[in-house]
Design a protein around this ligand. Sequence first.
Ligand code: PHE
Length: 341
Amino acid sequence: MIQETIGAMQQAVQERLLHCRTAQDVQAVRVQYLGKKGELTALLKGMKNVPPAERPAFGQLVNAARSALEAKLQERQAEVEEQEMATRLQSETLDITLPSRQPVRGHMHPLHLTRRHMEEAFLRMGFSLVEGPEIETDYFNFQCLNFPPDHPARDMQDSMYLTDSLLLRTHTSPMQARVLQSHKPNEPVKVIVPGKVYRWDYDATHSPVFHQMEGLIVDRHIRFSDLKGMLEDFLREIFGASTKVRFRASYFPFTEPSAEVDISCVMCGGEGCRVCSHTGWLEILGCGMVHPNVLRLNGYDPEQVTGFAFGMGVERIAMLKYGIDDLRLFYENDMRFLTQF
Ligand code: PHE
């Protein structure tokens, strides 16, 4: 009778252990059979109902069953723990042969590339590079450059004033005056001035902040033909050797004579491209011979020296060079645009 009960119990435990997946599962089985209120423990407690003569045999049987069960439980527990460990190791494995994530590397902005390209061309021609303040006085921005007070050309520039006499410079030309004033009278000068300028204007081809590059040469016997030759060389360097260049008479208070320079649409296949005008020519910069008044106002003698100056927009050159029809793209920081350069 008791043997059968124990046999059935052993069978049941065997069965249960097979389904154990964790050490906790095994512990639950242990409690169910060997715990204080366990099934095998209950058998032992029932010994008092057994006739005294049969008790030793009964006790032996139950205790043997108990040890056998405990051994099985321990065996299964060890197995399950080993499996648990194996699964955990598997899931925590690092595959060190996977390729690493590449950090995103920065690169140059198209405006910066253009500015560099322009600077390098001028540095090779023997210019020095200087920079000046973006907050400028009315005196340097206008007066030293031969703008008469209340001259309409001041309005043309869409100035942004900070106080009565301070403004955000509307062009890099005030550096013409600053450079001349910082030299001894009539000393030769050959500089370019890259930098930010500010105008009250905003659409697809105008930004309130944009970049210009100014050039100034003053020396003995500088002629308009020197200006033409140098700018032609520069523009062919930037846009390619087959670029045609034309000079149109224009007006600036600080140069006389003054000109605007156009280039032929070579970079995008001529007429009808989205950047070119229908004429096949594009305006690219302003220039002229330094006005005698500008030399005088800044301590130079127009009887002794002459000079030329030019100023161009970096955005405009970048737009033409890369065929970009909306200058706002330069400032939006859209990586799909920027990574193309
Ligand atoms: N400062 C002028 C402008 O911003 C350009 C210019 C520079 C013209 C030098 C002549 C000489 O439009």
